[in-house]
Design a protein around this ligand. Structure first.
Ligand SMILES: Nc1ncnc2c1ncn2[C@@H]1O[C@H](COP(=O)(O)OP(=O)(O)OP(=O)(O)O)[C@@H](O)[C@H]1O
Ligand SMILES: [Mg+2]
Length: 308
């Protein structure tokens, strides 16, 4: 027999009650009354950033895009889901005391483990804890869902930095996010690997919104050409189009910023790469986004996908 606790846990994982949902919806719409209808958000946009090949600039894209979206007044949370190396905090010269594992297994709240980055972005440091989600008891799952749901009214974008490649774990994150950004570079290997990851995502979820950023190009035309190559293969073999989001110039300021553990977008706002990041942030914020789920159901679905 299902006891009350189990039923409430199931409810929280699979969806809020209608009352909860309408209250949260009202709060969200009051919150954003100052925005234009095009930009009005009905919740958090959850975007996973990935690449087929390693080292093409994902972590830099996530961090600088987050800072540039924050400059536009957006509330951004970055989830570092690259368990191999905790990239984002190294990139920013931050030394987090806690990570998501402490929320899962160490009685910390999500707020306690989040660290502040530049422009007010909040970062959830990486943890191999996420790989142990399946081990959680229903009480722990409940707690986690509630922790994430608390972010909902206060977060316009959750950007997920993933590891490169096609491990099951990465694919899991890509499929659970509402949208995917694939970062590629102009080198043939990056293009081939970029297509490979897009193919895997679209085979598993043919309707998933996929956008591409071409990093480290000399000119925008180069990026459009590379994108055209990827898109024509996607169209030919997968029968649909993907979206070109934009380009980032190859810029020594990026390397300089990485060495100084600062963000190029913050330290060198007039650098060519920083201008590209601002343009990308504008493009993203002007998109209507995918039909977003209401309220904390977003988080519940996300966590449910991670757990199963
Ligand atoms: N637009 C750019 N111009 C110049 N250098 C760049 C640019 N983008 C990235 N880089 C360089 O590439 C390096 C790798 O970038 P980054 O760590 O963001 O890649 P990644 O895809 O996250 O790597 P990994 O797959 O290991 O997680 C950076 O340290 C930086 O020096
Ligand atoms: Mg990285």
């Amino acid at each position: 027999m299902r006891n009350a606790k189990t039923t409430s846990a199931t409810h929280r994982i699979f969806g809020p009650s209608r009352d909860q949902a309408s209250t949260l919806r009202r709060m969200a719409s009051e919150d954003r009354s100052g925005e234009t209808s095009r930009e009005r958000s009905t919740g958090t946009r959850i975007i996973a950033v990935t690449s087929g090949k390693g080292g093409v600039g994902k972590t830099n894209v996530v961090a600088n895009l987050a800072a540039s979206l924050a400059e536009l007044g957006k509330k951004v949370v970055v989830l570092d889901a690259d368990f191999g190396l905790a990239n984002i905090d190294v990139l920013l010269g931050l030394t987090p005391r806690f990570h998501l594992g402490h929320v899962l297994f160490g009685n910390k709240s999500l707020t306690e483990v989040m660290i502040q980055g530049p422009n007010g972005i909040r970062i959830i440091p990486a943890s191999s804890g996420l790989q142990r989600l399946a081990e959680l008891t229903s009480e722990q799952r409940d707690f986690l869902v509630e922790s994430f749901a608390d972010l909902h009214s206060d977060t316009d974008y959750l950007l997920i930095d993933t590891a490169a490649g096609i491990s099951r774990n990465v694919i899991h994150f890509l499929l659970s996010a509402q949208e995917v950004i694939v970062v590629s570079a102009p080198e043939p290997t990056a293009i081939v690997d970029g297509y490979a990851i897009i193919k895997i995502i679209l085979k598993e979820d043919p309707a998933k919104p996929v956008q591409v950023i071409i990093n480290s190009v000399q000119r925008e035309e180069e990026a459009r050409e590379v994108f055209g190559q990827i898109n024509s293969v996607v169209r030919r073999f997968l029968g649909r189009d993907i979206n070109y989001l934009g380009h980032i110039e190859r810029d020594p300021h990026v390397t300089q910023a990485v060495r100084g553990q600062v963000l190029v977008a913050c330290q060198f706002p007039d650098a060519p790469a920083s201008r590209c990041f601002r343009q990308l942030a504008r493009s993203i914020s002007q998109q209507a986004g995918v039909a977003r789920m209401a309220d904390n159901m977003v988080w519940e679905k996300l966590l449910n996908d991670w757990i199963n």
